[in-house]
Design a binder for this molecule. Structure first.
Ligand code: SF4
Ligand code: SF4
Ligand code: SF4
Length: 336
């Protein structure tokens, strides 16, 4: 029983059925997001759709002064965040130029192969999208979101049950149950969930649980004009993502890589994973995230051993004098 609760299966390691293990018998196939940043155009339709569907308040709209990023990160009122990363890179073909990007247009802009759309069309070439290099500057654009981790530490540490695993395998926080303790905030290895300053309650993306229940796709995926955000069964998304990486590599975009797709990584794989065009750190993502509750079973075992040892010592401290008195009385009786 204890092994079932504390073992590798539920807190870390490969977890094939998080919804089933959360008690959803007959759960549908796990669904999630594949965000292909190579076709993101930075239009922020996803951010706006999320705000509108979930009636989220604006949260500052403070331009960083470094880019067109006016929300700067995920937060209690920003559940989708489109990162704009400007990079100075050597001009393609120039000295020290990396082998990134596809063929050049006559104007010197990079062409990336388009991903196939869900209706099977597309697959041509697109100019100057997220991975383009125009001389010595390129923009990377990426729409970030809660990763809906297979092993979600936010959920593990929540004392009220406000955070829960849905039948779709996603992780949802319920604003009417959250008591504002804030335990989930440092537990998240991605820095996603945040408390709203006005009342302390925690908020994050729900993967539009209300829409999923009605057979609708999440609002952000529905609004994305380039299908950078794709929603569907996770297994299918992983296959589609692997094909997309192969397509980009064949076109010379050798920096393309997947992030968060491996079921054996530190969080058991993400329910929302990404195709990136550079190192995860460039996008503000941790390179090797680990579920922060992974070591709890070992810690509890050590704490249990220490408690038993302490209890034994205290018992001995009380029992020692009593045993000595008993021994002395026995000796006295023997002499008589
Ligand atoms: S990314 Fe953070 S907030 Fe989202 S499910 Fe994982 S631990 Fe929870
Ligand atoms: S899935 Fe819904 S809640 Fe999550 S970022 Fe998209 S629109 Fe917002
Ligand atoms: S993910 Fe889609 S909707 Fe969001 S900014 Fe990129 S292209 Fe626009």
């Amino acid at each position: 029983m204890t092994d079932h609760l504390l073992g590798d299966h539920l807190l870390s390691g490969i977890e094939p059925g998080p919804a089933r293990d959360a008690g959803h018998s007959g759960a549908p196939p796990r669904t999630g997001f594949f965000t292909d940043t190579s076709v993101c155009i930075g239009c922020k339709a996803c951010e706006v759709a999320c705000k509108e569907w979930n009636a989220l308040p604006e949260d500052g709209l403070s331009l960083s002064g470094m880019s067109y990023d006016n929300t700067q990160g995920l937060g209690a009122s920003t559940w989708r965040h489109v990162a704009f990363i400007e990079q100075e890179v050597p001009a393609r073909g120039g000295p020290g130029a990396p082998a990134r990007g596809g063929p050049l247009t006559a104007e010197g802009r990079t062409q990336l192969p388009l991903a196939e759309t869900s209706d099977g069309t597309g697959g041509g070439l697109d100019e100057g999208t997220g991975g383009g290099t125009g001389g010595d500057l390129r923009w990377l654009m990426a729409s970030d979101v809660c990763k809906h981790c297979t092993h979600a530490a936010c959920l593990d540490v929540c004392p009220t049950g406000s955070l829960f695993r849905t039948e779709f395998g996603t992780v949802v926080v319920q604003e009417d149950i959250c008591n504002g303790c804030g335990y989930c905030v440092p537990a998240c290895p991605y820095g996603v969930i945040e408390q709203r300053p006005s009342d302390g309650r925690a908020f994050k993306c729900t993967m539009c649980y209300d829409r999923l229940g009605a057979g609708q796709e999440p609002a952000c995926a529905k609004a994305c004009p380039t299908e950078s955000i794709q929603y569907g069964p996770l297994d299918e998304l992983r296959e589609r993502a692997a094909l997309r990486v192969d397509q980009l590599h064949a076109a010379g975009v050798t920096d393309a890589r997947l992030y968060g797709h491996e079921p054996d990584d530190g969080v058991g794989g993400d329910g929302a994973f990404f195709l990136l065009l550079d190192e995860p750190e460039v996008y503000g993502l941790p390179p090797d995230p680990v579920v922060t509750t992974r070591d709890l079973p070992a810690m509890w075992k050590h704490a249990g051993t220490a408690a038993l040892t302490l209890a034994g010592g205290i018992a001995l401290a009380f029992a020692g004098p009593a045993l000595r008195q008993l021994g002395a009385a026995t000796v006295r009786r023997g002499r008589r």
